[in-house]
Every structure is written in C-alpha cells, then in structure tokens.
Design a protein around this ligand. Structure first.
Ligand SMILES: Nc1ncnc2c1ncn2[C@@H]1O[C@H](COP(=O)(O)OP(=O)(O)O)[C@@H](O)[C@H]1O
Ligand SMILES: [Mg+2]
Length: 267
C-alpha cells in the first residue's frame, strides 16, 4: 500500500526581493514522491531546496499551488491528527510541564488520564528525561527540549511521522542513542516515517530508501534503496555492508555533482 503520493507538486511564494519588488520564488516544482505504508524514507537535499516546505504541506500547515498529494488515497486537505510532526525548532508549550507537554497529543486522542501518564512517562524515560517531568521547558537545555518534542510525537503514535532534522541540534552521543531508539520503536510498529536530515550516514542507518532533492526549485532527483538487513543495531555502523553502501551513495552524489553543480549543498 502507498501511504503518500505526491504528483507534480508545485509550491511558490510571493516575496519582495532586495529592491523591494515583488517576485515569485519557485520552491517546489515537478516534485514527485511515493512513500509506502510502513516505509522509513529519508529526504536529503541542499539547504533551501524545499524540504521543510514539503513537510509543512504534508502536515497540513501549508498549501500547495499545483499538482496533487494523496494520503491514504485521499486528497490532502488539512491538518489531520493522524500526522505527527517534529520540527527542527521544537514547539513545546511554555506553560505546561514536561510531562504535560508529552500528554498533549494523548489528550487529543482522549486517552484516559492514568493511561496518559503511564505512556508519557514511558517515552520520557526513553529519551532519558524521567527526572525532569515536572520542570517547565524554559528550565531545560535546547537539546533536552528537543528530546521532549521527540518523545511527545513518539508517544502520540501518529500514522505518518514527519521529522524535520529532529536530531540536528543534539550532541553526538544523544543523537546516536536516539537514532537507535527511533529504529527500535519504528521496527516494533512500522508506522510510516518521512525523515529530513543533512547526514548521509544517518539516512543510511535509518532508512529503507533515501531520496535526494535537487537545489531549489526542489524535486526528487534520485532515490536509493538501502538494503541493509533489519533490525539494525548499533554495530551496523561499523559493518562492511554499511561502508559499502556509504561508498555507493557518495559515488552517486559525486557523479551528480559533476553533472549538476548545484549539488554542492551536500559537500
Ligand atoms: N512562508 C514563506 N514565504 C516565503 N519564502 C519561503 C517561505 N517558506 C519558505 N520559503 C523559502 O522557500 C525556500 C525553501 O525553504 P525550506 O523548505 O525551508 O528549505 P529547506 O528545508 O530545504 O532548507 C527557501 O528559499 C525559503 O526562504
Ligand atoms: Mg528545513
């Protein structure tokens, strides 16, 4: 089954250029992508190519100007509670404690109070913040807030998980731990994940497929299957197979760079 079908999607913004004149900025053009049900797909591309724009559209937070997007075979219209999103900049509610932030989505789902607390604690524990449940977001570091945001969306258990560089701001060790935890959670229930990252290694480690975008106006240039066995654990990073796939991906990108200079964003 296909979870998401994006066909010839187009998105443009009306902006004022540096001279103060109106200009149309073409951000997505001829953007085509299918994401399978239960698939883990990573999206890579040079900065400013439209990755976040596409995620925002899928989340129902932004519109598109042409083409078609189907989610579960139905035309995408507005925000749906079946789609969870973790933004690059974590959006926690400052007036709620950590545990209450985690419970937000579960409240929307009308999960009873006791069960809510149990699930929230389980995920808070997962991101190593059990001791902080009664703190407020401003009392946490940026990395900790990001972990709360990740835990919140995982606890919410959406059908389609949209993650926009969720680990970018974390220290290396937390990042590696959460990558493996995310894999473990995903391997347990196989929800669909669309994951934006700048890291080729992260994309290889996590994904079934890695989609590479062109520079703006962004479209999908190349999709690579990652045929590493699952479940993937910590050791896979050091395996010969991982090294082989990484080499293939880099060779392909080098080739692309020679073909199209604008691919410099990767290097
Ligand atoms: N609301 C907006 N209004 C005008 N321009 C926008 C808006 N949102 C994004 N852009 C522009 O669209 C381009 C793509 O942005 P974005 O999707 O955030 O890129 P990425 O996530 O790939 O780095 C950028 O040039 C950005 O400035
Ligand atoms: Mg972005």
């Amino acid at each position: 089954m296909v979870k998401v079908q994006a066909r010839q999607v187009r998105r443009e913004f009306q902006i004022k250029n540096h001279l103060g004149n109106r200009e149309t900025l073409s951000v997505l053009k001829d953007f085509n992508l299918d994401i399978g049900e239960g698939e883990f797909l990573s999206l890579l591309g040079p900065s400013g190519c439209g990755k976040s724009t596409f995620l925002n559209i899928l989340a129902g937070l932004d519109k598109y100007d042409g083409g078609e997007i189907l989610v579960d075979q139905k035309e995408l219209r507005q925000r749906s509670f079946d789609r969870g999103i973790v933004f690059q900049s974590y959006a926690l509610l400052p007036w709620r404690t950590v545990i209450k932030n985690l419970e937000m989505g579960l409240e929307i789902r009308r999960i009873p109070k006791k069960e809510r607390r149990r699930i929230a604690r389980q995920y808070l524990d997962l991101v190593g913040l059990a001791a902080f449940e009664n703190q407020y977001p401003h009392q946490l570091s940026g990395g900790m807030r990001q972990r709360v945001a990740i835990a919140r969306v995982l606890a919410y258990h959406p059908d389609l998980l949209l993650m926009d560089e969720p680990f970018a701001a974390l220290d290396a060790q937390t990042r590696e731990t959460l990558q493996i935890e995310l894999l473990r959670i995903w391997e347990a229930d196989k929800k669909t994940i669309l994951f934006v990252t700048h890291s080729i290694d992260e994309a290889i480690l996590l994904s079934d497929r890695v989609a590479f975008m062109s520079a703006r106006p962004g479209y999908i240039k190349e999709i690579i299957n990652i045929d590493l066995p699952r479940p993937r654990t910590e050791d896979i990073r050091n395996s010969a197979e991982f090294a082989r796939i990484r080499k293939n991906v880099w060779e392909l990108l080098q080739h692309e760079v020679l073909k199209v200079q604008s691919f410099g964003g990767y290097l």
